[in-house]
Design a protein around this ligand. Structure first.
Ligand code: SDX
Length: 425
C-alpha cells in the first residue's frame, strides 16, 4: 500500500503521508498542507475530516460495528456493569477485581454534593428543560470543587474523574426529582452505582423502597450502550473545549449543551414526541412517512439516519430487544412501541430511506424503555448524558494526555474587501 498521497498544484507535486488505522481505514495526514501549499481544506460538518487519532472506540458505519477498546458493544451490554465499562473506556483495559473495587470505592467517597447545589437547583423555574439545568449544575460543581480545574498530573486527573462520575449521577437524579416535584434523595454507598442511581431517582418518601432488578439491569444496559461513540458532535465539543485547558467539568458541561440538540442526543425526546403525535393523529404512519420525504416539509423521521451508520445502528437492535423484554417483564402494553415498529417496517421497505441508507439509530427505541420506567420525556437526553459521561471523560483524558494542540479550525473568507467608514457597498 502507498504510504503517501501526491497533490498536484500550481505545476508542483506535494506529498502527504497516508496513515492507516487498526482496521485498515486510511487518512491523509494534512498537518503540513497550508505550510507547504498555502491551501486549506473545506468540509462543513467535518463529514470527511478526522480530528484525531484515537484508541478508544471503533465504528464501522457500513457493517454496523461498534467496539469500545476492541470489545463488541453487544458483548459489553450483556456481560458488564456500567462502571466496568466506564473504567475500560477511560483507562483502556477491563479492571481487575482489585482495580474495580478501588474505582467503585473512590467514586463512593465522592458521592456527596455540596448542599448549596440544591439551592441552585431550586432556583430554576418549573418547566426549565432538564438539559439546561444539568449543564448549569455541572458548571456550578466547579465552584464547589475548584481543584478540578487545573489537572496537570495523572493523579489529579484520576481524582477529578471519580469526582464527576460520582457527582453526576447525584445531580442527574436531582434534576429528575425536580421535574417530578419530588424531594431529593441522597447517595447510598451500600449500593452499586446503578442501584444507587435507581434509588436516588425512584425512591418515594412515603413508601418502602425495594431495588427492582428489571429496572437496574435495563438502566445498566442503556448506560453502557450510550457510553461512547467516537467523535460525535458532543464528544468533539468536549475535546475542543478541553483543548483550551478548560477543566473537565467545564468541558462536560459544554458537551451536555451540544448533546441537547434534537439532531443529536435530543432526538430521543423528539422520537417519543413524534410517536405520540402519530398516535394522537390516529396512527397513520404512511402520512408521516410522506412528510418525512418531502423536502419542503420540516418534518423528519426522528430516530432515523446517522452520519456514520449506513446500516443498522447496532445499539438500536439491542435496545429494541430490551424494550420488548422490559415491557413484558413489567407487564406494560405500550401502543407507542407498536407504532415505532410499524414505522421501522415501512421505512426499511421505502425507496427514499433505503436509497439514503436511513436506519433506526440509538434514539429510536430508547425512549420506549425510559417511558416504561416512568422517566419523563424531557429527561431522556439527561439519561443519554449520564450514559455518555465515561466516553466524554475518556476522550478528554486521551486528548490531554496526548497533549493535542488547541482546536482552532481555519475558514475560507467570503466577505467584503477592505473598505473605509463612510464608503458604501
Ligand atoms: C445521535 O454522531 C453520532 O455518533 C451521534 C450518536 C451518538 O451516539 O453520539 O449516534 C447519537 O445523535 C444519533 C442521531 C440522532 N438524530 C436523529 O435521529 C435526528 C434525525 N436524523 C437526521 O437529522 C440525520 O439523519 C442526522 C442528523 C442524524 C445525520 O445527518 P447527516 O449525516 O448530515 O445526513 P444528511 O442530513 O445529509 O441526510 C442525507 C439525506 C438527506 O436527503 P437528500 O438531501 O440526500 O435528499 O437523508 C435525508 C436528508 O434529508 N435524511 C432524512 C433523515 N435523515 C437524513 N430524511 C428524513 N428523515 C430523517 N431522519
Amino acid at each position: 500500500m502507498d504510504k503517501k498521497i501526491t497533490l498536484n498544484f500550481k505545476e508542483k507535486e506535494f506529498e502527504f503521508p497516508l496513515i492507516k488505522g487498526t482496521e485498515e481505514e486510511l487518512g491523509i495526514d494534512i498537518k503540513t498542507l497550508r505550510a507547504k501549499t498555502g491551501l486549506i481544506t473545506l468540509d462543513p460538518g467535518f463529514k470527511n475530516t478526522g480530528s484525531c487519532v484515537s484508541n478508544i472506540t471503533y465504528l464501522d458505519g457500513e457493517d454496523g460495528i461498534l467496539r469500545y477498546r476492541g470489545y463488541d458493544i453487544d458483548d459489553l451490554a450483556s456481560n458488564s456493569s456500567f462502571i466496568e465499562v466506564s473504567f475500560l473506556l477511560i483507562f483502556g483495559e477491563m479492571p481487575s477485581s482489585e482495580q474495580l473495587n478501588k474505582f467503585e470505592n473512590d467514586i463512593r467517597k465522592e458521592s456527596l454534593v455540596h448542599e448549596d447545589i440544591t439551592s441552585i437547583l431550586k432556583s430554576f423555574p418549573h418547566g426549565a428543560h432538564p438539559m439546561g439545568v444539568l449543564a448549569s449544575l455541572t458548571s456550578a460543581l466547579i465552584s464547589f470543587n475548584p481543584g478540578s480545574v487545573d489537572v496537570n498530573s495523572e493523579d489529579k486527573m484520576y481524582h477529578v474523574i471519580v469526582q464527576i462520575i460520582a457527582k453526576f449521577s447525584v445531580i442527574t437524579s436531582w434534576v429528575h426529582r425536580k421535574v417530578k416535584g419530588l424531594p431529593l434523595n441522597y447517595s447510598d454507598n451500600s449500593l452499586s452505582y446503578v442501584e444507587n442511581l435507581s434509588q436516588m431517582m425512584f425512591r418515594k418518601p412515603n413508601e418502602e423502597y425495594e431495588n427492582n432488578h428489571i429496572i437496574t439491569s435495563a438502566l445498566n444496559k442503556l448506560l453502557i450502550l450510550h457510553a461512547d461513540h467516537e467523535q460525535n458532535c458532543s464528544t468533539s465539543t468536549v475535546r475542543i473545549v478541553g483543548s483550551s485547558e478548560a477543566g473537565l467539568f467545564a468541558s462536560i458541561s459544554a458537551g451536555i449543551s451540544a448533546l441537547w440538540g434534537r439532531l443529536h442526543g435530543g432526538a430521543n425526546q423528539a422520537v417519543i414526541e413524534m410517536l405520540e403525535l402519530i398516535k394522537r393523529d390516529g396512527g397513520d404512519t404512511s402520512k408521516f412517512m410522506e412528510m418525512a420525504k418531502d423536502k419542503n416539509h420540516p418534518f423528519r423521521l426522528m430516530g432515523f439516519g446517522h452520519r456514520v451508520y449506513k446500516n443498522f445502528d447496532p445499539r438500536a437492535k439491542i435496545i429494541r430487544k430490551t424494550a420488548d423484554d422490559v415491557l413484558k417483564n413489567l407487564g406494560i402494553e405500550d401502543p407507542i412501541l407498536d407504532i415505532a415498529k410499524g414505522l421501522e417496517r415501512e421505512a426499511l421497505n421505502d425507496k427514499y430511506f433505503v436509497d439514503r441508507k436511513l436506519y433506526p439509530n440509538v434514539d429510536f427505541y430508547s425512549g420506549i424503555i425510559y417511558r416504561a420506567l416512568e422517566i419523563p420525556t424531557e429527561m431522556f437526553t439527561v439519561m443519554f448524558a449520564l450514559g455518555r459521561l465515561p466516553g466524554w471523560i475518556a476522550q478528554w483524558r486521551e486528548m490531554r494526555l496526548n497533549k493535542e494542540p488547541i482546536g482552532r479550525p481555519r475558514q475560507v473568507y467570503n466577505g467584503s474587501r477592505l473598505r473605509k467608514v463612510g464608503t458604501k457597498l
